[in-house]
Design a protein around this ligand. Sequence first.
Ligand code: SAH
Length: 264
Amino acid sequence: MTTDLNHTKRIGILAAMPEELKTFLDEMPDEHQVELAGRTFWVGHWHGHVVIAVLSGIGKVAAAVTSSLLINRFHATEIWFTGVAGGLGEEVRVGDVVVADELMQHDLDARPLFPRFEVPGKGVSVLKTDADLANRAVQAAQVVLQVVAHDGESHAGQLCRQDLDALGIGRPAVHRGLIASGDQFIGSAKASQGIRDAMPAVLAVEMEGAAVAQVCHDFGVPFVVIRTISDRADDEAHIDFQRFITAVASPFSHAVVDAMLRSE
Ligand code: SAH
């Protein structure tokens, strides 16, 4: 691991899916790998920035360990998380993108010691992402989706209208707001309604973001969470999850990260 770059910006990118990580590594020809705690961290450059890319691991504990290592062992000065999520907000459809402004844990409940959802010892239940990173993520996502909407291809050259059509995705939109995380795949109308009832503002549900948020807050590291909606967190499983990941979510994450890095 390089320690001579401690004062420069070092961007830790947590990918939720191997397919996504692969598209990132294709951009980092000089990367070298470091094995730690059963994880492979890839350290290299992308558009001239030092990037440490790694698979997050599924669930809050895995994501917390990976982000702590990114900060402590690889000296990440900011963290970007990309992955998929279930859409909970009325307007949040499959193919849309949700950039988190705030995150909370829908399965955190230490009552009667603390109010429901409150992070013990912190006095808050909602943790904010970095406003500047979130702005840049929203802008990048809008540009990528606009290009795709006009029948073109994203900068990555892989996300295209044809694939969206094949998966029944019309005009994807970008949303910004609250994401809820928990150690459960939410796959029933009952479960997703339960979360909506408890936190009406929630746009999307996933399994890692709020854990990354807590680690980043503890260490004072700015972070952002960017999720492509893969399902509606209800009884209807997505028609073809794997195809969605390969054809839509991974090229989309790649294009957004690429655009964000170029705007640095
Ligand atoms: N159905 C998939 C499994 C996805 S695992 C498969 O067969 O491979 C869930 C991962 O996607 C987690 O990392 C989580 O963050 C995200 N996710 C997507 N939709 C979700 C949902 N409805 N509930 C919880 N997590 C979801």
